[in-house]
Design a protein around this ligand. Structure first.
Ligand code: GDP
Length: 428
């Protein structure tokens, strides 16, 4: 394995381009990523036979100089969070638009994020295998939202694909390498003395056997097993030894190159999604202190429990928002599906529930982060959260409610929507 890593270092690009993928739900992001992953050689020791993959690297035509890392951010909010915190994690961002559906709310949201990001966009029109589609119309809709496409007054490349049949996917991969070659990769700051790598956390979970596991993508330098990892936890810098770096299928990796992804295991905290971590030569928090200077700005935003509901609703009604944003966590996939279905059915006048994130398992700091960013409340069914997450939620002013009975949860959400729609009814 070491030999292969050594060979990889001859990569002409110096590092592997990192590609993120955005777009409206059901427009085919997962299908496209799965197709790419299955049909191309894995290039960074990060395999992928397990459920959900948050980062993987492929080698096109088995050529180590043509590698691409794809990151699957758990939602637009997480991508935006990384953008806000770290400039840009991705070099290139794909905007997926389904040919049969066109521009939808999350497409517009993605375009807004893309405009603010320094990542180079590529528009991918998917599902072109379907009949009766009008691609010219979709392109016009995209341009109308301010993303100027090639041949239509701008220089954003656009490509037509089918994630289902694979049509256009090899061309998409070539286009990604071309954009990376021609436009160059995002600038990465010089790492300071004693810091050997910088990575972003894409996912953090508590694993029964391995403890805290964080999926990372390395954006600068090289992450090596046995080094020290430094990160910020509630404004405090923590440095500890990495117990191991593993691939998606649990294999130990001895080296993780820039642009590649993997998982670190056995870190004593669940590191927040979207946050940066550093790999250090020695156990010395001073090495990274200056890098976290701006991180403490939210430390004093703790608000009283009672004010939380109020603040969520205030912010939502002020914005004339007719949706109650929620993050839901449930004990099993079955109960989660049932819950999602029931929540989507609840409507009060024009008010409804918008699920910004859902998942199985205990409530994590990542859920809190997401809720904060999207002004959402967190609802848990038959799940818990540890003390530190509770504290993290309190500090960030995020309301968390947990339930043991589904109808209780639904009842409270209905009440909440009643509250949201109440002022309007009074006016009438
Ligand atoms: P995501 O929510 O953006 O990740 O969308 P998914 O990848 O889950 O796809 C949503 C649905 O669209 C699934 O039923 C896919 O099988 C289907 N789909 C995705 N890509 C294509 C495509 O290129 N053609 C057709 N006909 N269906 C597709």
């Amino acid at each position: 394995m070491a030999k292969r890593v050594q060979e990889d270092k001859t990569n002409v690009q110096g590092r592997v381009p990192i590609v993120a993928i955005l777009g409206h739900v059901d427009h085919g992001k997962t299908t496209i990523l799965d197709y790419i992953r299955k049909t191309n050689v894995q290039g960074c020791e990060v395999g992928g036979i397990t459920q959900k993959i948050s980062v993987f690297t492929v080698s096109i035509n088995n050529d180590p100089s043509k590698r691409i890392t794809f990151i699957d951010t758990p939602g637009h909010e997480a991508f935006d969070l990384m953008r806000v915190r770290g400039g840009s994690i991705a070099d290139i961002v794909l905007l997926i638009v389904a040919a049969n559906d066109g521009v939808k709310p999350q497409t517009i949201e993605s375009i807004d994020i893309i405009k603010k990001s320094s990542a180079k966009p590529i528009v991918v029109i998917n599902k072109v295998d379907l009949p009766d589609i009008d691609i010219a119309k979709i392109k016009r809709e995209i341009v109308k939202e301010g993303l100027l496409l090639e041949g239509m007054g701008g220089n954003v490349p656009v490509i037509e694909v089918s994630g289902k049949t694979g049509k256009g996917i090899p061309e998409l991969l070539d286009l990604i390498t071309l954009v990376a070659d021609v436009e160059g990769l995002a600038d990465r700051e010089q790492l300071s003395n004693g810091v050997v790598a910088k990575a972003y956390v894409l996912e953090s979970i508590k694993d029964k056997t391995r403890g805290n596991v964080s999926s990372l993508v390395v954006v600068n330098g090289n992450l090596c097993k046995g080094s020290w990892i430094g990160y910020s936890k509630e404004g405090k810098i923590i440095v500890e030894r990495i117990k191991g770096v593993i691939s998606e299928d649990g294999e130990n990796i001895c080296d993780l190159q820039c642009g590649c992804g993997g998982k670190v295991i056995g870190v004593s905290n669940l590191i927040s999604v979207g946050s940066e971590v550093y790999i250090l030569e020695e156990n010395n928090p001073k090495l990274i202190e200056p890098l976290f200077k701006t991180d403490s700005k939210n430390d004093d935003t703790a608000i009283a429990e009672d004010d939380m509901f109020g603040s969520i609703f205030d912010s939502q009604s002020d914005n004339k928002n007719t949706q109650l944003n929620v993050v839901i966590k449930s004990s099993s996939q079955g109960s989660l599906e049932a819950l999602k279905h029931s929540l989507e059915e609840i409507k009060k006048d024009e008010y409804s529930v918008n699920i910004v994130k859902d998942g199985v398992g205990d409530i994590s700091n990542m859920d809190i982060d997401m809720a904060k960013l999207s002004k959402a409340i967190v609802l848990g069914f038959e799940v818990g959260m540890d003390k530190s997450t509770e504290e993290f939620a309190r500090k960030n002013g995020v309301l968390v409610r947990t339930y043991q009975i589904i109808y209780k949860l639904l009842e409270e959400v209905e009440d909440a929507l009643d509250m949201l729609s109440a002022p309007k009814q009074t006016e009438e």
